[in-house]
Ligand binder design. Structure first.
Ligand code: FES
Length: 165
């Protein structure tokens, strides 16, 4: 019995193997790209101790910085990513507001425009928000500021995932 491989078989195996190799090179990044957001969701389930005692939170918003570690595609910043939340007490509720303006994404700050006292102000297009993050009608933002989930543990504030408004 001959074990010779015909020219046709040789070409079939060679081309088939090459095509399979190339296809796997294309498919792996596509699958990874599709699965990545699901992996991020798991990470986002974490709550961080931001080093703030609940007693220190008043009805005046304070800017709180914290560092998160997450991968953006294949890149993970070695020192993490610094985030900011505006934290305040509104009645019995603790709010942690995102500083990202809902108009075009500039950064809002609190009480920086003397014309609009006790409001968040966005300098890019004069966007305004009340203290609880509600957008002021007649200004560019069409939605309130996003809020982070919050938790209290042992008298300390923990900040969790961002909830889109
Ligand atoms: S980006 Fe804030 S008002 Fe336009």
């Amino acid at each position: 019995m001959s074990k010779k491989v015909s020219r046709r078989q040789f070409l079939t195996y060679t081309l088939g193997g090459t095509a399979g190799f190339l296809a796997s090179g294309l498919l792996f990044p596509m699958v990874r790209f599709a699965v990545d957001p699901m992996l991020k969701k798991g990470e986002a389930g974490n709550f961080l101790d931001v080093g703030l005692k609940v007693d220190e939170i008043t009805d005046t918003p304070i800017s709180v910085k914290f560092v998160i570690h997450r991968k953006d595609g294949w890149y993970e910043p070695p020192k993490g990513e610094t985030m900011t939340a505006w934290v305040l007490k509104e009645g019995n509720e603790i709010l942690a507001l995102s500083p990202v303006c809902k108009h075009l994404g500039c950064t809002v700050s609190y009480n920086t425009n003397p014309q609009f006292k006790n409001e968040f102000f966005c300098p890019c297009h004069f966007g305004r928000y009340t203290k609880d993050g509600t957008n002021v009608p007649g200004t560019p933002p069409a939605k309130p500021l996003d809020r982070y989930e919050t938790k209290i543990e042992n008298g300390k504030l923990l900040i969790g995932p961002l909830k889109k408004a």
